[in-house]
Design a binder for this molecule. Structure first.
Ligand SMILES: Nc1nc2c(c(=O)[nH]1)N[C@H]1C(S)=C(S)[C@@H](COP(=O)(O)OP(=O)(O)OC[C@H]3O[C@@H](n4cnc5c(=O)[nH]c(N)nc54)[C@H](O)[C@@H]3O)O[C@H]1N2
Ligand SMILES: Nc1nc2c(c(=O)[nH]1)N[C@H]1C(S)=C(S)[C@@H](COP(=O)(O)OP(=O)(O)OC[C@H]3O[C@@H](n4cnc5c(=O)[nH]c(N)nc54)[C@H](O)[C@@H]3O)O[C@H]1N2
Ligand code: SF4
Ligand SMILES: [Mo]
Length: 716
């Protein structure tokens, strides 16, 4: 497709600015209008942006409410002696934070200071935050909420392909694949405008969905595999067994483009289909139908969502997917291969530019001497002073307080008190900090125990790049004037760096200037942005990385010729089924799994502020199969007390035949007493450190509906 020139930033009347949605990784193009000074921000879908093609979901359409919201923070606040938060000047707030950081560092050392970042941050912010922690704080301890999101798929793709770009092809390829295996993603609710590409795909091809629930997405499928939660690894290995058994593998492809197949073949041949049927609940017939469909056509694609990834074996499960697609000879072929559906707005860029505990910008690794040297040069520091690998998200939060040794935490763009597994533990740890600083546009459950809250600008008020789920680097442009009193994250980082004595290394908070430094820092890295400029993005509806020089057009498709290993070959990996960290037993006889509603986003910190969304979904409900509901003596409109080994929650009930009889499902968009994460198990994947959000064991009993439900679910 030829690059389309964009109209000027602001059309004369009414003022309309092209920008992108504040929420998910689909990053719908939108047109934002509003007269500065009037508190009314109107949002329309951009018909010309080639990813959403004029569609959006209800969250995007109502996103203007976030900008004009009366609860918006417009002055920094510090906690007074009596416990109240009081508005103060920016100088007072920044001086307080810097002084306390310096004092804590002097007493406890630099590793006692930490930051938690986000896939909601622009590339510029993610980059500067990583640099701030390593250079100005001198601490190894930075990680981000993408660890809860993409970390398993990222680790799997790196191990199999040598690089991790969620989708290694543009979105339009989805419409052209003959067989789409959508594994544990409910995109009809989590990326509604993606469904236009899937309905195009279905006009000539087959859709198979793997999900323990008959979701809105599964309902559209030609084949729905309603597996037992946490059994994805067994199923994927079983499919490869059958592919080998049925002689469906592409032996030429395996010989010329891959490495390590023989060991994998030996391992999966020990996995008998009948055993897979017992572990997964998916019949041998359905296993056979799936693998035959996938192999029969020239093109075939496997896309995973968080279902199989948010498990304590998420990486091995993703490797079982890459094994399967490599063996069938699909990866790098037209409209084919493996991809993961990245979740957060900048979930992709957020994992490339150094806010991950083990990474440096450009997808460089912090323990690799050459990578360290490259960054030390750009940052003008001695390589030896660059800290090493820090703690992963849950481990970092679990180490907060005097026992764990982390005394200060700066949070940029995550509501960790709601989003983390075993949330009560994290709430307690947050409350034991000597310094908790939350930078956000709104108060949330995490800021409830903060010592300082710093108000930031929002998506429609500042410029910055985001990298969408396809690896397309796009540009957010300011459409509205920011309220007086709020500052950009970049300004906050530069102002703090100055007070910590590192001002000269943080000379500018202008997004485009920071982006130019990011370009230099990524040059030669796996995620090379050095040839991307703001102007180039404006001219071409985004640029796909890698883009190593200004005359390079970007790289929409990876792996057509080679994989990103020195020998160009993809890697098979031997993986074997293992059970979830916690399985139902006599005391806790049911599976509990979690996910999302269409109307709410993640921890709900933003969407619980939007009245149209709260009216549509005021509170979480636990989904219960009719047979189980009758055993438990509960009906729709009643309530269930759900208990795990970590805590209990009383949910309103939605009786539905869409969920398995052995499984309860609830969304995690609410905090306080309604937080699904009170129940979840913080078991971590040994490689990606991803928590097991999708499987734990619970018991349930009918209780009276508390007066606060279902009307509850408002803001914290
Ligand atoms: N409306 C809305 N859209 C969003 C978001 C949001 O919060 N709300 N968040 C964004 C973000 S950050 C992300 S990461 C994406 C997530 O997008 P998805 O991956 O689509 O979201 P989830 O609902 O978490 O999980 C998908 C499905 O996994 C299923 N599942 C549960 N356990 C298992 C299992 O053991 N195996 C399998 N195969 N499936 C299982 C659930 O039933 C659920 O239907 O959505 C993005 N878009
Ligand atoms: N049980 C269970 N738990 C889960 C999941 C699950 O499926 N089940 N999914 C996990 C996943 S995939 C994810 S991604 C996490 C997400 O959960 P969180 O990490 O809590 O993410 P959000 O709710 O999106 O919170 C974003 C916060 O950042 C603020 N924000 C947005 N933009 C900016 C910015 O530019 N600067 C600053 N400073 N702040 C900003 C918003 O106002 C909001 O308060 O939850 C995880 N937790
Ligand atoms: S699909 Fe995602 S990017 Fe598009 S409007 Fe909805 S939340 Fe925003
Ligand atoms: Mo996510």
């Amino acid at each position: 497709m030829l690059p389309q020139p964009l109209p000027t930033l602001r059309a004369p009347d009414p003022i309309a600015t092209r920008t992108h949605c504040p929420y998910c990784a689909f990053q719908c193009g939108m047109l934002v209008t509003g007269t500065d000074g009037e508190p009314r921000t109107e949002v329309k879908a951009d018909p010309e942006f080639p990813v959403n093609r004029g569609q959006m979901c209800i969250k995007g359409f109502t996103a203007g409410d976030l900008i004009d919201h009366p609860a918006r923070l417009t002055a920094p606040k510090l906690r007074a002696r009596d416990g109240r938060m009081v508005p103060v000047s920016w100088d007072a707030a920044l001086d307080f934070v810097a002084e306390r950081l310096l004092r804590l560092r002097a007493v406890h050392g630099p590793a006692a200071l930490a930051a938690f970042g986000s896939g909601a941050l622009t590339n510029e912010k993610a980059y500067l935050l990583g640099k701030f922690v390593r250079v100005a704080l001198g601490s190894p301890n930075i990680d981000y909420n993408g660890r809860y999101c993409m970390a398993s798929a990222a680790a799997g793709q790196n191990k199999a392909f040598g690089v991790d770009r969620g989708l290694p092809f543009p979105i339009e390829d989805i419409a052209r694949t003959k067989v789409l295996l959508l594994w544990g993603g409910n995109c009809a609710l989590t990326m509604p405008p993606l469904m236009q590409w899937i309905s195009e795909q279905q006009s000539g091809g087959k859709l198979i969905v793997v999900d323990p629930r008959r979701t809105e997405t599964a309902r559209l499928a030609d084949l729905h595999l309603q597996l037992t939660p946490g059994s994805d690894l067994a199923l994927a290995c079983g499919l490869l067994h059958l592919a080998i058994d049925e002689r469906l593998c592409d032996l030429d492809y395996i010989a010329s483009r891959t490495q390590g197949f023989d060991e994998v073949r030996r391992a999966v041949m020990q996995v008998h289909p009948a055993h897979v049927e017992r572990l997964t609940g998916v019949s041998i017939d359905d296993q056979l139908r799936t693998v035959r469909l996938l192999a029969a056509e020239e093109s075939g694609m496997l896309l995973s969502g968080r279902g199989p990834e948010q498990q304590s074996k998420g990486v091995d499960t993703v490797l079982a997917f890459t094994n399967l697609m490599l063996a069938l000879g699909k990866v790098g072929k037209p409209a084919s291969g493996y991809g993961c559906l990245t979740g957060q707005g900048n979930g992709q860029g957020g994992r490339e530019h150094g806010q991950k505990a083990d990474q440096l910008p450009g997808y460089r690794m912090i323990e690799n001497p050459e990578d360290r040297e490259a960054l030390a040069r750009v940052w003008g520091i001695d390589r030896a002073t660059l800290p090493g690998k820090g703690k992963s998200a849950y481990e970092l939060l679990d180490a907060l307080g005097p026992e764990g040794g982390i005394r200060a935490l700066l949070v940029f763009g995550s509501n960790v008190a709601v989003a983390s597994p075993n949330a009560r533990n994290i709430e307690r740890k947050l409350a034991s900090l000597d310094l908790l600083v939350v930078c956000d546009a709104f108060e949330n459950e995490t800021s409830a125990t903060a010592h300082a809250i710093l108000p930031v600008l929002q998506w429609a008020e500042e410029a910055g790049t985001m990298t969408n789920l396809e690896g397309r680097v796009i540009l957010r442009q300011p459409a509205r004037a920011a309220p007086a009193g709020a500052r950009s994250d970049l300004e906050i980082l530069c102002a703090l760096a100055e007070r910590l004595g590192h001002g000269e290394r943080f000379p500018s908070s202008t997004p485009e200037v920071v982006f130019d430094e990011l370009r230099r820092a990524t040059a030669g890295g796996r995620a090379d942005y050095s040839g991307i400029t703001y102007d180039k993005i404006r001219r071409a509806q985004g640029i796909f990385w890698p883009c190593p020089s200004e005359d390079h057009p970007g790289t929409p498709r990876l792996f057509e010729e080679r994989f990103q290993f020195p020998d160009g070959r993809a890697r098979f990996h031997v993986v074997r089924h293992r059970p979830a960290a916690e399985l139902p037993d006599a005391a806790y006889p049911l599976y509990f799994t979690t996910g999302r509603y269409k109307e709410h986003y993640n921890s709900g910190a933003q969407t619980r502020r939007v009245s149209a969304l709260v009216d549509a979904q005021p509170a979480p409900r636990v989904q219960v199969h009719p047979r189980l509901a009758s055993d438990l003596g509960v009906a729709s409109g009643g309530a269930l007390l759900v208990e795990s080994r970590r805590g209990s929650v009383t949910f309103g009930v939605e009786v539905s035949a869409d969920v398995r009889t052995d499984t309860l499902f609830a969304p995690f968009h609410w905090g306080g007493k309604l937080s699904a994460n009170i129940l979840t198990n913080p078991a971590l994947d040994p490689q990606s450190r991803m928590p097991e959000f999708k499987v734990c064991a619970v018991r349930a009993r009918a209780v009276a509906l508390p007066p606060s439900l279902p009307g509850d679910g408002g803001t914290a």
